[in-house]
Design a protein around this ligand. Structure first.
Ligand code: FNR
Length: 338
């Protein structure tokens, strides 16, 4: 039965974001002041095939696919803060995956808002919004089957009444929080967020509501986070794009230049041996309209983390980190050390 643990009241959270929400970004968001960090959506079928591997060299826990790809990498630093988001349409498979990761994460979240075809065609993501029975079955199974909190992330339904009724039904499953992205299923990220819908939901339930969707027009600075919370009456706020563009938005000490943020990001990417393409993708999101600048072109052309490091003048840090990791590897039993 879900009990205790992570609180979702009065927190700011890094939103789940495919490709963006890997370990370096999550650690960066925590450094800057996020209370809770969601991983990118991971699909239940793929996760169910993974094996759990303790990586002594990196000091991480890795969930590794049969083709040796690391699907999910986490570490002690975030254990009590990271929410594992999955894409699922099947209660049994959802539970299998939740039980696989539950000792290494702080909570489990189910994505019920993704409108992209790769999610909805399997009945996952926003497709679940029109199947409340399935929502209930998945959430009940998870809440009774794991010992950490369970949450879900939804989009709003076409009317206030339907949105409220859905969240009331979700609340009864025993979830610890509901993240509400204040857009309809067919709305794009550029459309204004419907704070009134989030507010109506907050008034109707007592489970903590995490307001989401404010990045483009409402939340540009740290102070705006509180404004967004007030405008929606929510317990908490979750940020996606604002954090992706500059994760220091979580810092109450004010924003840092994006150059500094990119450098800090890259240090984590190097330290945790992040996949090069993933590192490039995240840096390009941060570069935004500067992606065609000389730096942006260098990042895009890079084929290794070493080459990306050169673009940021971090060769020394890169080399030092590689040496440290090699020394650690050699010192491990069977690691080739003498
Ligand atoms: C997303 N979003 C998203 N949502 C989700 O539940 N699981 C996911 O894996 C993703 N992936 C994702 C990737 C990228 C690059 C973006 C920009 C967004 C949606 C995200 O969590 C959030 O709901 C929206 O971005 C709206 O919040 P903001 O950006 O206005 O704060």
């Amino acid at each position: 039965m879900a009990a205790g643990g992570l609180s979702f009241r009065n927190i700011t959270a890094l939103a789940p974001m495919v490709r963006v929400g890997t370990l370096p970004m999550r650690l960066l968001a925590l450094d800057y002041g996020a209370d809770v960090v969601y991983c990118e959506e991971l699909i239940d079928i793929k996760m169910a095939q993974c094996r759990r591997v303790v990586n002594d060299e990196l000091e991480t826990v890795d969930f590794v696919a049969p083709d040796d790809r690391v699907m999910f990498r986490t570490c002690e630093r975030e254990r009590h803060r990271v929410v594992f988001q999955m894409g699922t349409a099947d209660p049994d498979r959802a539970l299998t995956v939740a039980q696989l990761v539950e000792k290494d994460v702080a909570a489990i979240d189910v994505n019920m808002g993704c409108p992209k075809e790769y999610s909805t065609k399997g009945g996952m993501g926003a497709a679940l919004l029109s199947e409340p029975d399935k929502i209930e079955a998945i959430l009940r199974k998870l809440v009774t089957g794991v010992s950490i909190p369970v949450t879900c992330k939804i989009r709003i339904l076409p009317s206030l009444e339907e949105s409220v009724a859905l969240v009331q039904r979700i609340e009864k499953t025993g979830v610890a929080a509901v993240a509400v992205h204040g857009r309809f299923k067919d709305e794009r990220p550029r459309h204004p967020v419907h704070c009134d819908y989030i507010e109506a939901v907050c008034r109707a339930v007592s489970v903590p509501i995490i307001a989401n969707g404010g990045s483009l027009d409402l939340v540009k600075t740290h102070a705006d986070i509180e404004e967004f919370r007030k405008a929606t009456g929510a317990s908490s706020v979750m940020l996606g794009r604002a954090a992706m563009w500059n994760a220091s938005v979580f810092s109450s000490r004010g924003p840092l230049p994006v150059e500094t943020v990119m450098e800090e990001y890259l240090r984590y990417a190097i330290r945790y041996d992040n996949h090069t393409f993933n590192t490039k993708y995240c840096l390009c999101q941060m570069l935004r309209d500067k992606v065609e600048s000389p730096l942006g072109k260098q990042v895009q052309a890079a084929q290794t983390n070493a080459e990306i490091s050169e673009a940021y003048g971090l060769q020394h840090f890169y080399q030092q980190t590689q040496d440290q990791l090699r020394a650690k590897r050699d010192a491990l039993p069977g690691g080739g050390g003498t």
